[in-house]
Design a protein around this ligand. Sequence first.
Ligand code: TUI
Length: 325
Amino acid sequence: MSFIVTGTGMKKNEICELLGIDYPVFQGGMAWIADANLAAAVSNAGGLGIIAAMNSNGEQLKEQIRKAKELTDKPFGVNLMLMSPYIEEAVDAVCEEGVKVVTTGAGNPSKYMEKLLNAGVKVISVVASVALAVMAERMGVVAVIAEGCESGGHVGDTTTMALVPQVVDAVTVPVLAAGGIADARGMAAAFMLGAKGIQMGTRFLTAKECGVHANYKEKVLKAKDRDTIVTGKSLGHPVRALKNRMTREFAKMESTPGTTPDELEKMGAGSLRLAAVEGDVKNGSCMCGQIAGLVNTEDSCEEIIHGICEGAVELLGRDYSFGGC
Ligand code: TUI
């Protein structure tokens, strides 16, 4: 079997073949941030760009999908955030628009699998545990993304280093690694753990083509290793974000006896939009991974993807197969 070698020296592997992409690099479906522009830029650079459905209704999501189709003729995906109040509409929108690949996050996708599979959508679940990875495989996903708690946004409680090899051993579908990856060393390490690809959020948050508010981008670029915190555990949906006035207040209220879940929910509501769209990085939630301290430059999606893949090839050696096909 001959290997197809792309411009960076990285061999196309089973993730590339499965999805028709050049590099096994996904961009995370960051709510309020991952729009058609960012997704198309990532896809045009050879990775898999992903539009965040987050809390969009069906029409809003369709608009983004149509925009992405105008901006790229390469495959792109949609991330379905399973806690969305509009999840049913979002599922219908991806099926009606003929989206080829969907990632699911923040829950169990079982309720929507039949509809998605019948529409010919390739489903890839983001999982934070071995149990959900095994369930997802039984449901018919083509791959899973094992996301460690170093990630930004909604997180589980196991690190990428511990989670990825355990998921790799538990399922037969290919596994991508996410959480704490932002450079070639992270990609090479993920492959050593048995992953066949990576997903990055924080690194693409500061991409030139990322339309997140400049204040948010600047805060990520300036962040150091210990600048994130997880809040919201008491609500059952822990979220990692950059420390600021909002997270300090939230953490204080969360540890104060007598605070009701309603009070906390009210405080969190709209906070990501406030930071990502309005640029209020003091009172909003700047969701971001622990790897932010390593992300210090604003690069194009092409520079990011090609740089990381080229570097990973150097580190792993040109003869490393990448699970090539
Ligand atoms: O979904 C994410 N990251 C997100 S979603 C999001 S929007 C949000 N905003 C405020 C509160 C909550 C969400 C921001 N960031 N990543 C994928 C992911 N999925 N990480 C962890 C999980 C996960 C966690 C528990 C998946 C499934 C699960 O339980 C499934 C079950 O068994 O019910």
